[in-house]
Design a protein around this ligand. Sequence first.
Ligand SMILES: O=C(CO)COP(=O)(O)O
Length: 262
Amino acid sequence: MRQVIIAGNWKMYKTAGEARRLVEDLKPLVGATQVEIVVCPPFTALAAAVNAASGTNISVGAQDLFWEDEGPYTGEVSGPMLKDLGCRFCIIGHSERRQYFGETDASVRKKVQAAFRSDLIPIVCVGETLAEREDGKTLEVCRRQVEEGLGGLTPEKIARLVVAYEPVWAIGTGKTATPQDAQEVIGFIRELLGKMYGKDPAQRCRIQYGGSVKPENIASFMEQPDIDGALVGGASLDPISFAAIVNTAAEAKGKQRAHSLI
Ligand SMILES: O=C(CO)COP(=O)(O)O
């Protein structure tokens, strides 16, 4: 059974001091949960977050990495550096990086391999823009992003990996995909991974939904059979709402599983 995973993508928010306080505030609110919890602060706040989260059930992830392990690449940060800092996860190919920083499926593919080389678990983002959705191209776009971004791996790596389906038009807009639409795309991604790497690793791979997730709507996503958690932006910046998402997700998944056993 796949463990639920809720990750907070803090984007370009929070100084080191603010990150430490956010993690400190979060700790007592999520102490007893079975959910895997990840916070992804900016590079400059990673050490503070790792420090504050030490000895707890909260893991820390970066928001990006470079595909080389070291070298003359001014401004870049590598997998070994993130691992050394205490990171366990790394977001790769977020739509904001694709949109503003020229990331492509080819760079995503190299970064995924770099993350695995450093024993970091990639959280790989895929998703269509509004124009692509309106053109009926959602599945085609997600297929390309998965085939090209996640090609050349092994079944064992697919089983460890996390995919986040984030429709671009739902990010920071207050609009969400319907849970049924999200399930349709996420089910499609799982099936595609099954064709690429075999059914068992595809069943073990965790796939999140992302895009305007809030405490009020998380349950409806978690009730879907293929949705294993969420990648949360805005609502992860507030410890109370992030904790409410974590705790509601656990409860909703428990109910969905109990129901599927009847
Ligand atoms: O981009 C996101 C997470 O990576 C989603 O952001 P919001 O939750 O703010 O819509």
